[in-house]
Design a protein around this ligand. Sequence first.
Ligand code: DX5
Ligand code: ZN
Length: 226
Amino acid sequence: MSFDRKLKIAPSILASDFANFGAEITAVETQGADWIHVDVMDGHFVPNISFGATTCAAIRPHIKTVMDVHLMIAPVDPYIDAFAKAGADFITAHVEAGPHIHRTLQAIRAAGARPGVALNPGTPVSAVAPVLDLVDLVCVMTVNPGFGGQKFIPEGVEKTRELRKLIGDRDIHIEIDGGVDPTTAPLVAEAGADVLVAGSAVFKGGSVSDPAPYGYNIRAIRRACE
Ligand code: DX5
Ligand code: ZN
C-alpha cells in the first residue's frame, strides 16, 4: 500500500445492516468506497457495544480495499494480536484509552498492522505529538465516539489544520470520523484531511438490493470537496 494524500471515502459499517456485513461491504466498494471503516466498541471506553475481533475476521475476506479498524476499547493491548490476526490493515487506538499509548502503538506495528491514533473532541492535538513518528494515521474525532448519526463538532476543523502543520512531510494520513457529509466534508478536506469516514451519510437511502444510493452519497461527498 503506497502513501498518498488523495481524498479517500471510508464508509463505516456501523451504519450498515449488521445481519449482512459481507454484502454491504461489497455494495459500498462497488459503489466507490476507498476504504472500509470498522468500528469496534466495548461498552466501557464508549457507552455502546458493537462487535469484536471474531466479526472482523469474518468480514475480512469481503473487503477488497483497505480494512480500517477503529478500536473504541480499553484496555487495548490484550486484544491487539486478535485484531491483527483478523487481517486489519490499520488498527487505530485512542490516545485516551490508557496510560501507555506509546507501547500500544509499538505493539500494533509489531503485530504486523499499521498503527493509528485517535483523539476525542475534548483532547488537544498536542496529545499525539509525542507519538507521531510511531503512526501511519491520526484520526480526529468530530463527534464523541460511541454512536453513528451525531452532529459534526466544528472545532475539529481547526484541530485538523493544526495537525496537518504538525505532521509536515511525514507520510501520515489524517482521518476525520463523525458527522461527515457533503456540508462538513469540504471543511476538513480543505484543512488537510485525506480520509473521510462516513456512516449515515453513505448508507442512507440505499440497501444491498438497491445499492445505487450508496454511490450517489459517496460521489456527493467527493464532489463537495473538489
Ligand atoms: C463513532 C464512530 C464513527 C461513526 C460515524 O463512534 O467511530 O465511525 O460510525 O458515523 P456517522 O458518519 O454517522 O457520524
Ligand atoms: Zn470510527
